[in-house]
Design a protein around this ligand. Structure first.
Ligand code: TMP
Length: 208
């Protein structure tokens, strides 16, 4: 059996990742592939514990480097025990966020050096990269309106300027990495999903 494909879904907060992740899973499964859906930070019991540490609102300021290392600690566990074994077994992996989020949030948002992120990426992933990344894009104002009602985690409490930097970093990465496809998520859900289905149909046919 061949290696499975690795699809990641990205976006700032409030872009409807959860609903669209289900659609991606259903499209891939519908094409006859065995699919594992997972998320970052998280995806294993240990990595989910690290996620709780990362998202908790706390009095102690979290250093940017601590945040970065915890993201990659969670990722190391996730890649080693879930993602890589699944791909090697021929399963497709659909993951809610991956390392593009680190370049966007810790790189763009927090201002950490992309070279440092790149070094950690090499250590943790040993060359593993998504085959397809979908970036669901909405303006920061629209996203803020959509999450206004939620209980905000440590990231969601950031200011508008932080999310503008995150979005800009995602769009810049998309411009430089053909595997990253930008989907406008500001339109009606039906239209977003139609565009996603089209994009996936093309990817599935190229992958068969
Ligand atoms: P979620 O709300 O999409 O589950 O993601 C949790 C938060 O973690 C979200 O605010 C983005 C943030 N995050 C990073 O800052 N860096 C990363 O590498 C990942 C995977 C997520």
């Amino acid at each position: 059996m061949g290696q499975g494909k690795f699809i990641t879904l990205e976006g700032t907060e409030g872009v409807g990742k959860t609903t669209n992740l289900e659609l991606i899973r259903d499209e891939v499964a519908g094409a006859g592939h065995s699919v594992v859906t997972t998320r970052e930070p998280g995806g294993t019991p240990l990595a989910e514990e690290i996620r709780e540490l990362l998202l908790a609102v706390r009095e102690e300021p979290v250093s940017e480097t601590t945040e970065l290392l915890l993201m990659f600690a969670a990722r190391a566990q996730h890649v080693a025990t879930v993602i890589r074994p699944a791909l090697e077994a021929g399963q497709w992996v659909v993951c809610d966020r991956f390392t593009d989020a680190t370049y966007a949030y810790q790189g763009g948002g927090r201002g950490l050096d992309a070279e440092v992120i790149h070094t950690l990426e090499n250590i943790v992933q040993c060359g593993l990269q998504p085959d397809l990344t979908i970036f669901l894009d909405v303006s920061v104002e629209t996203a803020a309106r959509r999450i206004a009602e939620r209980n905000h985690d440590r990231f969601e409490r950031e200011q508008v300027a932080f999310f503008e930097r995150v979005r800009t970093a995602y769009l810049e990465r998309a411009a430089n990495h053909p595997r990253i496809r930008v989907v406008d998520a500001s339109v009606e859900l039906d239209q977003v999903q139609g565009n996603l289905r089209e994009l996936l149909a093309q990817f599935l046919s190229e992958s068969s």
